[in-house]
Write a protein that binds this ligand. Structure first.
Ligand code: ZN
Length: 316
């Protein structure tokens, strides 16, 4: 049987970051402005290192290049997904991502970015920015150039357990007091539209106004998500989304559950509790990849997992 591939996360300091990646997840954080944990990542800006087992010490991008059979021989010049945990102590800038076609042309062959957020925790009364109120492209452009932010930005209420799909062209931002797990295409291309006129080291951070106007969808369209929930032995499974780039599921286990994995590979993040996976102890903050052909797995304990995989065109 193939072995599970555990990864050592890459932690990133951000001006808006906090300390919950240390206090809640037990990571060795570089400072109390730690904003992101790149948990399952083969991106050059944070290439995860394999922890233990046959491939100990190698990076995930190395494994993708050298042992594609572990990933079901999925084609592609880079590992397709990136899983992060984000701790926002302060508001993030209002931003938008390009699609693949725009990124390929304007960002040196990079992938575009579709992403989704599972809200792990948030302060009472926290809001989130999803979309805008401009009626059409001209109004969107005018609202941005005239800095009519209050009128422009669309905010919605937020609760732990909420889920959002962020398609390219969707304006978005998380606000202070929010802890999320993000599953996204493996890309780091972000266009910052508005940064609340904040200064970083005495200067405003760079904005990308023209690129943002190029890629923002107007009028805003809500991404359709229809989470489905079912019971499976001692677990509750919630299928959060399937889109052309990924599928994401949450599993809440209280006891024992057997899973049969048939996907090319599956990313798993333990987001709550502890237990074991085929006898290997796991706890909140652990991340691993189930390789292709792994087959049946027994999960035991009281724990919550978020898992993701790439869509390969087959119906499930
Ligand atoms: Zn984003």
């Amino acid at each position: 049987m193939r072995e599970l591939i555990f990864l050592k996360p890459v932690l990133k300091e951000m001006i808006w970051g906090g300390s919950r990646l240390g206090s809640d997840f037990g990571y060795d954080i570089p400072s109390d402005h730690t904003g992101e944990c790149w948990a399952i990542s083969a991106h050059p800006n944070g290439n995860g290192v394999i922890k233990g087992g046959t491939y100990d010490g190698h990076t995930l991008s190395w494994l993708w290049d050298q042992h594609r059979e572990l990933f079901g021989n999925v084609p592609g010049d880079r590992f397709p997904l990136l899983v992060k945990i984000i701790d926002a102590r302060e508001d993030l800038s209002i931003q938008v991502h390009p699609n693949d076609a725009y990124a390929r042309e304007h960002e040196n062959g990079s992938l575009g970015k579709t992403e989704c957020w599972y809200i792990l925790d948030c302060d009472e009364g926290t809001k989130i920015v999803i979309g805008h109120h401009a009626k059409n492209w001209e109004e969107m452009r005018a609202m941005i150039l005239e800095k009519r932010w209050k009128e422009f930005i669309r905010e919605v209420d937020l609760h732990p357990g909420d889920f959002f799909q962020i398609n390219p062209g969707c304006l978005h931002a998380i606000k202070g007091g929010t802890l999320i797990l993000e599953t996204q295409q493996n890309s780091d291309i972000t266009y910052r539209v508005y940064d609340y006129d904040r200064l970083s080291g005495g200067k405003p951070r760079q904005l990308h106004v023209q690129q943002s106007i190029d890629v923002i969808t107007a009028p805003f369209e809500t991404a359709k998500t229809a989470p489905k929930k079912w019971k499976k032995e001692d677990a509750v499974v919630t299928h959060l989304i399937s889109c052309p780039y990924y599928s994401v599921e949450k599993m809440d286990v209280d006891g024992t559950v057997s899973c049969q994995w048939t996907q090319p590979f599956v990313n798993v993040s333990i987001v709550e509790g502890s237990g074991s996976v085929d006898g290997i102890p796991v706890k909140k903050g652990d991340h691993f990849i189930i390789p292709s052909g792994y087959g049946e797995m027994k999960i035991e304990g009281t724990l919550s997992l978020i898992d993701s995989w790439v869509e390969t065109g087959k119906e499930d």
